[in-house]
Ligand binder design. Structure first.
Ligand SMILES: C[S@@+](CC[C@H](N)C(=O)[O-])C[C@H]1O[C@@H](n2cnc3c(N)ncnc32)[C@H](O)[C@@H]1O
Ligand SMILES: [Zn+2]
Length: 296
């Protein structure tokens, strides 16, 4: 495994079995899907987990939480939209803050609900060249992308709402960009002195598009709720990333199709609504990137 999956090999020492919490190492187990020639990682008690052909490993244990991973269509839309560079200023702010908060020493750069690994790749480019990244997500199509997002990025299937299959103190930096986050688990997996970077939409985010298309809104109390959930952390920097995008119909369609609205608006309905908009259409990006650090 080390030659074929170097990032996964670097991640292995931090992994814990979702069934028994035991240490996990590369190699076949006595149970689990296996049996079709797939390479595996396994724990001391023989719980085995396949390494997917595309290079990610899924350690989802037991019954799932309330979350659902993004569909293949959502992931394709996200890949195209992010590939267009439209959120590059957000990635730059996340990477800048992550580099400032990285305490050095051992540990992963862990992107929780990291999707295609787009932000993790930008962060790894900004961190020391020996930092390994791990993109955690529930969506198999997203994990396939994330496994190829960066030479030092591994992709790990896990549920952000359940105990993470990672050892205590295994992350130097945690990223949470537009995704579900579980403060207690983030606290547990961070090293003492580790940093957390959260990117969340501000009140003006995509406001014109939401108004024009009648999309679901943004919870304006998000900032308040964050402060409560992350009570044990100290504020460590904040950047408000605000700019205007002028987008044509294809990008507008992807922007809606990659997000939670994709579950409420069908493709034909979306295409018709987007076609009725002026082109190009001006949209505000309004994202708050917050840094938090955990005490030593
Ligand atoms: C809005 S996307 C953000 C993805 C990425 N951070 C980005 O900004 O490009 C939310 C992501 O959370 C993932 N997700 C949803 N519920 C999850 C859960 N319970 N555990 C892990 N990932 C989850 C989805 O599959 C999706 O990739
Ligand atoms: Zn086990």
């Amino acid at each position: 495994m080390p030659e074929r999956y170097p990032a996964l090999a670097a991640l292995a020492p931090y992994l814990r079995c979702p069934v028994c919490s035991g240490r996990v190492r590369p190699g076949p187990g006595g149970s689990g899907p296996g049996g079709h020639g797939a390479e595996q990682v396994s724990c001391e008690r023989g719980h085995g987990f396949d390494i997917a052909r595309q290079g990610y490993v899924s350690l989802v244990g037991g019954r799932g939480g309330p979350g659902t991973g993004d569909s293949a269509e959502m992931v394709m839309a996200r890949t195209r939209f992010l590939g267009g560079g439209h959120y590059q200023p957000v990635a730059a702010a996340v990477a800048g803050l992550a580099a400032r908060l990285d305490p050095g020493g051992p540990g992963l750069a862990l992107d929780l609900a990291g999707g295609t690994g787009y932000y993790l790749a930008a962060v790894l480019d900004a961190l020391a060249p020996d930092r390994t990244g791990a993109c955690v997500d529930l969506s198999a199509p997203a994990l396939r992308r994330a496994a190829r997002a960066h030479p030092r990025a591994a992709a790990l299937g896990a549920d952000a709402w359940r105990p993470l299959p990672l050892a205590d103190g295994s992350a130097a930096v945690v990223l949470s960009v537009f995704g579900p986050r579980n403060a207690a688990e983030i606290r547990r997996v961070l090293v003492p002195g580790g940093g957390l970077v959260i990117a969340a939409p501000g009140p003006g985010h995509l406001a014109e598009l939401r108004a024009a298309l009648g999309l679901i809104g943004i919870d304006a109390r998000k900032g308040e709720r964050l402060a409560g959930a992350f009570g044990g952390f100290a504020p460590a920097g904040e950047a408000v990333v605000r700019y205007e995008l002028r987008l044509g119909p294809a990008d507008l369609t992807d922007l809606v199709a990659m997000g939670p609205n994709a579950r409420h608006v069908g493709p034909a309905d979306l295409a018709a609504r987007v076609a009725a908009l002026p082109a190009p259409f001006a949209v505000t990006v309004d994202v708050t990137v917050r840094g938090l650090s955990i005490s030593q």
